[in-house]
Design a protein around this ligand. Structure first.
Ligand code: ATP
Length: 324
């Protein structure tokens, strides 16, 4: 018999398609085990103020296919202070929470680490379109965001092709280039610029466009990760100076965070949500759940936050060889 009788769940940081599916999985697994589930609104803000909604079968029904998060999400500066964390701890005590499940990115996990140190047992579920959680190959929302970006760029390509233009497209990802690299491969971009590699613009980007032009191509799509050293506008100017073509800049922006989650994100969220609750029921708190090669794992939260994740070199190589 588990001592866990009431679990809180929140979504925090940037929203990601599939967060609702994770909330639903947490709630449904709690219901399955006769455990009460409280939704905490607006990330750590709700944990400080006690802004909650009890989750039951009816209010998590039908949410899996929805983008965004029914619990709302936010960034909360107060929670990064000791005072804020003490207030959150007091709220957890007042609400009678035996465990807290947080759905978000590495910032959200640092919050979970902080409350765990104060004695509130927390478990993190990785959900961010950036796919930049080191302990997990995959984060909820990444596939949906890739598909949204690819759909937009396919549309852009139609008009680029008709007008024989060059397009420089900025893709999200914060400090990581996972999204940009996947999107670049999936839409057959001429070149990609990511923060992880020190790219020589002349020898790689400009040269690739030149080579592609000699090969007969008359339109070019260049993908730039938002965290890359050279931004989309600066890169566009360099292309213009070097090649005399005037690229159009498109910043895809927050549209990449929206829309219905893909089947992959729904299934991943459903599995990770159930796994997180099961861990809590076993009394394994202060952990992060992860998906690696399709299998579920969990790591101590301190260990998870000390790991680093680079770009997969074979993907970068694939982009450079196959995509023009
Ligand atoms: P995304 O990858 O989508 O940006 P994230 O979870 O990394 O998601 P952040 O804005 O970095 O997003 O963090 C979310 C929230 O987690 C912050 O607003 C803050 O409340 C909390 N948080 C972040 N870092 C810390 C920290 N060092 N200590 C305590 N809380 C933190």
């Amino acid at each position: 018999m588990s001592n866990i009788k009431r679990i809180g769940v929140l979504t925090s940081g940037g929203d990601a398609p599939g967060m609702n599916a994770a909330v639903r999985a947490v709630a449904r697994t709690c219901i399955h085990h006769n455990v009460e589930c409280l939704g905490i609104k607006r990330g750590y803000n709700g944990l400080i103020s006690g802004d909650i909604m009890p989750l039951d079968n009816s209010n998590v029904s039908g949410i899996m296919r929805l983008g965004g998060t029914i619990l709302f999400t936010a960034r909360c500066d107060e929670f990064t202070t000791k005072e804020g964390q003490e207030k959150a701890k007091a709220t957890c005590k007042y609400l009678g929470l035996d465990a807290l499940i947080v759905i978000g990115g590495d910032g959200t996990f640092r919050g979970a680490q902080a409350v765990s140190e104060l004695g509130v047992g927390a478990i993190g579920i990785p959900a961010t379109i950036d796919n930049d959680i080191a302990c997990s190959n995959y984060t909820i929302g990444f596939d949906s965001a890739c598909n949204t970006a690819v759909e937009c760029i396919d549309k852009l390509r139609d008009t680029m092709l008709s007008h024989e233009r060059c397009s420089v497209v900025e893709v999200m990802g914060r400090h990581a280039g996972h999204l940009a690299l996947y999107v670049a491969i999936a839409c057959g971009a001429t070149a990609v610029l990511v923060p992880e590699y020190d790219t020589d613009i002349d020898n790689s980007i400009i040269e690739r466009i030149r080579r592609s032009r000699i090969g007969g191509r008359t339109h070019f799509v260049i993908i730039v990760a938002e965290g890359a050293a050279c931004g989309a506008h600066a890169l566009s100017e360099k292309i213009n100076e070097s090649l005399g073509i005037e690229p159009k800049v498109t910043i895809l922006g927050h549209i990449q965070r929206g829309g219905a989650p893909t089947a992959r994100d729904r299934v991943t969220a459903s599995r990770l949500g159930q796994y997180a609750v099961n861990l809590a029921l076993e009394g394994k708190l202060g952990r992060v759940v992860a998906m690696n090669s399709g299998e579920l794992f969990d790591y101590d939260i301190n260990e998870a936050l000390s790991m680093t994740k680079g770009l997969r070199e074979s993907l970068y190589d694939n982009m450079n060889v196959v995509s023009w």
